[in-house]
Design a protein around this ligand. Structure first.
Ligand SMILES: Cc1ncc(COP(=O)(O)O)c(C=O)c1O
Length: 477
């Protein structure tokens, strides 16, 4: 690391510390670039670099002609992990615990910080009702002619392709397979390219359902260190796949679940190229891709892939409604294998729902809905982050999601989030304990909070009670 790099990172850390300890408060203006440069005896460009780093982390925002201001939700950030991959892949055994947690999660009247589900208030329910009735009235052809092997509604495929036209490399209509959900897409891809006993590289922490899929297929997990801002470490993936046989790489490159981080473009490009050279298929989950807080929707790794080696999976579960069970996979050169899996298992996806989503997208309503939804999720996540900072014990760190609607909270060690989970359930509050996000028993001091509902005094009170329980736990540890 050169001197210049060290200086701008040092200044960024110093300012982040002042924000975390509330010396600089939400909404306050930071000292001007000129003043910082004079006081710290740094060049203007070093100061600007430091401020841009803080902006990227979501700690500050630049306002034209006014300077930099502290954004809400900037707590004590999570520490970056060392970029060394683990020595070995591990057998996965999270499913029974996950099923227990999911079952409890469905209890009525729980404060829903558990499953990452959007609440009805943020979904376009009335538009969907209208469209189902319109499509239903003229659906006799759809109902009579669709067969379980005619998988795709062409208009829906056209809409998915159109939405990708802004990417460096758009999706191709003939690689797309419409599925019953992102979960189905991921499962089809894994079954298409792996065999029992194979190793799959995953993020750490990883989305629990991905770990469950590995367990179900008898696959081992190789947990690749994941940076809280920049996602899966491509350096670690490089080391891990140089000599070891890895059957696939499975990740959420945009707004990962649970960290909300984004792999930078140059690393996406490097990952795509490296995996293609090593003949390791990439299964990319882009379910949160449309839910950016910043100005631009990030491109997926798929848009940097020139070898057809990336299978892109997504669904409308986080944007339109999880009830629709509608997703897709753009399977590149694995299209034939994935299509065979789809035909052999569920067969075609409901053609009426495909037509409804196609009409919703075609009319422009989806794009309008997304504009409001992104703001709503951002507000909800920031309100939750601020509440955690107000009520959780000193030493708690939290993620700074750049999109999506989940928050990752790290309690000071040795606090055990499983104990917190039991105590919280007794108080009617659900969340996901951190151990579900690892195949090797990590993250016992962590929890994931989902923020799919508009913020309200009830939720503020629930975070306060959760914070009180966490404080007791930390003090007793
Ligand atoms: C990263 C990720 N992928 C997939 C899913 C599941 O999506 P679907 O409802 O389309 O199966 C979720 C839901 O939480 C998710 O967070």
């Amino acid at each position: 690391m050169d001197q210049q790099t060290l200086r701008y990172e040092q200044l960024a850390e110093e300012l982040a510390g002042l924000i975390a300890t509330r010396v600089l408060r939400v909404g306050e203006r930071l000292p001007s670039v000129r003043r910082l440069a004079q006081e710290k005896r740094l060049s203007i460009s070093t100061v600007v670099h430091a401020l841009r780093l803080l902006e990227e982390r979501g700690c500050v925002e630049a306002r034209p002609q006014s300077g930099y201001f502290v954004r809400p939700g900037c707590g004590v950030p999570l520490q970056a992990p060392r970029a060394t991959p683990p020595a070995r892949a591990v057998k996965v055994d999270v499913s029974s615990r996950m099923m227990e947690v999911l079952a409890l999660n469905h209890q009525a009247d729980l404060i829903p910080f558990g499953a990452a589900l959007p609440s009805a208030e943020v979904l376009p329910i009335a538009s969907l009702q209208r469209l189902y009735s319109q499509v239903g009235r003229r659906a006799d052809r759809l109902l009579a002619t669709a067969s379980h092997t005619s998988i795709n509604h062409p208009e829906l495929v056209r809409q998915f392709v159109r939405r990708s036209l802004a990417w460096g490399q758009p999706l191709a209509a003939d690689e797309l397979i419409v599925t019953n959900s992102c979960t189905e897409s991921l499962s089809l891809c894994l079954r298409a390219v792996t065999r029992m006993g194979d190793t799959v590289a995953v993020e750490s922490p990883a989305y629990p359902l991905m770990l469950q899929l590995l367990e179900n297929l008898g696959l081992k997990a190789l947990e690749i260190p994941t940076h809280p801002q920049h996602g899966m470490s491509v350096d670690a993936l490089d080391i891990a796949t140089r000599e070891r046989r890895v059957a696939a790489c499975l990740l959420v490159s945009n707004f990962s679940n649970p960290l909300g981080c984004v792999v930078p473009d140059h690393e996406k490009q490097r990952l795509a190229q490296m995996m293609a050279e090593r003949n390791i298929p990439v299964i990319e989950d882009d379910i949160f891709g449309d839910l950016n807080f910043g100005a631009h929707r990030p491109w997926p790794i798929k848009s940097f892939d020139t070898a057809g080696n990336v299978m892109l999976c997504a669904s409308v579960s986080k944007t339109i409604s999880p009830t629709l069970r509608l997703g897709y996979v753009a399977a590149g050169r694995y299209h034939a294998q994935v299509l065979a899996q789809k035909t052999l298992t569920a067969g075609a996806t409901n053609p009426i729902t495909q037509a409804v989503v196609a009409a919703f997208m075609e009319s422009g309503a989806y794009e309008r809905h997304l504009r409001g939804l992104r703001r709503a999720y951002e507000k909800q996540v920031l309100a939750m982050a601020e509440a955690v900072m107000r009520h959780f014990p000193p030493g708690t760190c939290l993620s700074q999601p750049q999109g999506g609607f989940v928050l990752w909270v790290e309690l000071p060690e040795p606090a055990n989030a499983n104990q917190l989970y039991e105590a919280a359930l007794a108080e009617g509050i659900a969340f996901f304990p951190g151990e579900l996000f690892s195949a090797s028993g990590r993250y016992r001091n962590c929890l994931r909070l989902s923020s799919g509902c508009p913020w309200s005094p009830v939720q503020e009170d629930a975070v306060r009670r959760l914070g009180t329980l966490a404080t007791r736990l930390v003090e007793a540890a």
